[in-house]
Design a protein. Structure first.
Length: 414
């Protein structure tokens, strides 16, 4: 997506940008009024309109096309030179009201020239305007400096700051897009490496044993059968490895879900208070428990976006010490309609929350839901009929010997 100052714009973006720039043409009202009401001869009026049109055209070309990137500096310098010449001719030959054209010259210089060049061009343009105002129109120097002179300087230098901000923003967006592309490339390379490591050896061995079994089949059927049995064993192990790898790829992580939660809430117009990453202090949950919390966060944010009507939503992650040991606690709290989209202890869980309860229980965790606290982290302005909703999921940070022992007993051969 392109923004102000970029080269390749869609028609809609170009119209928006042109509208943003055209707003400032309102200050052309003084020269236009002078042409309409000045009582000049027809030839002078026609020349004035032509000169003003050429001036506006040069100004729009400079600010519209070259704010971000300049490929042909000669064209820029020639257009800026024409803008200066038109401003000098019109402000000298017409009334003092035309001195305001120099503000647009300063804006153009600040918008397209490098900072070092703009630093001396803008004062030079201002000085030229003062000379013309004093000697061609008899305006008092003090009045001109305190009025239009200061305005020309300030607007010109302000435009250099705007230009720098625009370019920095575009470069930042390009850098973020590059980082995302590099991350995607790295993920593809990792996937390719994993698949090669998982399947390369197994498929090579299957191919070798298949060829060997084919050669043995006519005269040595027993040995060929052994090779076929080996092929079956290698294939089964390869299938197990691939399933394990795919499970790892599909596993949800807390950092990924935190980023997704922030994006989803902001896209829904909800003010999001979401940490960038899980707490760094204390032990980290194992993969199973982290995935269970990640699923809880995903389900909770989905409910907030779809059903809550909330204005604010806060997500907190904290390590806590309980009587049963340390736990990692996830809280998602909003200021929405409350039990209308969630549950209370007296209301049965919906399918999503029931699944979360079972998933957390499987890793020794627990789920609590209820109305939001009065002084909770989602400090939106309380609205009538909007008590808010709070979901809290906890998982232990240390292994549960009883649960792990039971799982080992169930998984061990009789």
């Amino acid at each position: 997506m392109h923004t102000f100052g970029q080269g390749d714009l869609s028609r809609r973006q170009a119209r928006a940008k042109l509208g943003w720039i055209g707003i400032w043409l309102v200050f052309m009202a003084a020269p236009v009024r002078d042409l309409v009401e000045g009582g000049r001869p027809l030839a002078a009026t026609v020349l004035g309109w032509l000169g003003l049109g050429a001036f506006v055209g040069c100004y729009l070309v400079l600010v519209f096309r070259y704010t971000l990137k300049v490929e042909r500096w000669r064209l820029v310098h020639a257009t800026l030179g024409a803008l200066v010449a038109l401003a000098a001719a019109l402000s000298t030959g017409m009334d003092a009201a035309w001195l305001g054209l120099w503000v647009y010259v300063a804006v153009s210089a600040g918008a397209v020239l490098p900072t070092r060049q703009a630093a001396w061009v803008i004062p030079g343009v201002t000085a030229l305007m003062l000379v013309i105002g004093v000697y061609a129109h008899g305006v008092r120097a003090v009045d001109l400096v305190m009025g239009l002179g200061v305005t020309t300087l300030l607007v010109g230098y302000a435009m250099t700051g705007v230009r720098h901000l625009i370019r920095t923003t575009v470069q930042l967006r390009q850098a973020r897009a590059t980082v995302a592309q590099l991350a995607a490339n790295e993920e593809r390379l990792r996937l390719a490496r994993d698949l090669h490591d998982l399947l390369g050896h197994s498929l090579s061995l299957i191919t070798l044993k298949s060829e060997l079994a084919g050669r043995m089949l006519p005269g040595q059927p027993d040995k060929a059968a052994q090779q076929v049995a080996d092929i079956e064993q290698v294939s089964r192990q390869a299938l197990v490895d691939v399933r394990a790898a795919v499970t790892g790829y599909r596993r949800l992580t807390l950092p990924g879900q935190l980023a997704g939660a922030r994006t989803a809430l902001l896209a829904a117009g909800i003010d999001a208070h979401v940490p960038l990453e899980p707490p760094g202090e204390g032990p980290a949950p194992d993969e199973e428990r982290e995935a269970a919390l990640a699923w809880a966060l995903r389900e909770a944010v989905t409910n907030v976006v779809r059903h809550s009507g909330a204005r604010n939503c806060a997500v907190t992650l904290a390590s806590r010490q309980t009587l049963a040991g340390p736990v990692l606690e996830l809280t998602v709290e909003d200021d929405g309609v409350g039990p209308a989209h969630g549950v209370t202890p007296a209301v049965p869980h919906g399918n999503g929350l029931t699944g979360l309860t079972e998933r957390l229980a499987a890793v020794g965790g627990a789920l609590d839901v209820g109305p939001a606290s009065e002084r909770g982290p989602a400090r939106g302005e309380r609205r009538k009929g909007h008590p808010g909703f709070r979901l809290t999921a906890r998982v232990p940070l240390e292994p549960d010997p009883a649960r792990d022992g039971a799982a080992s007993a169930l998984g061990s051969p009789a």
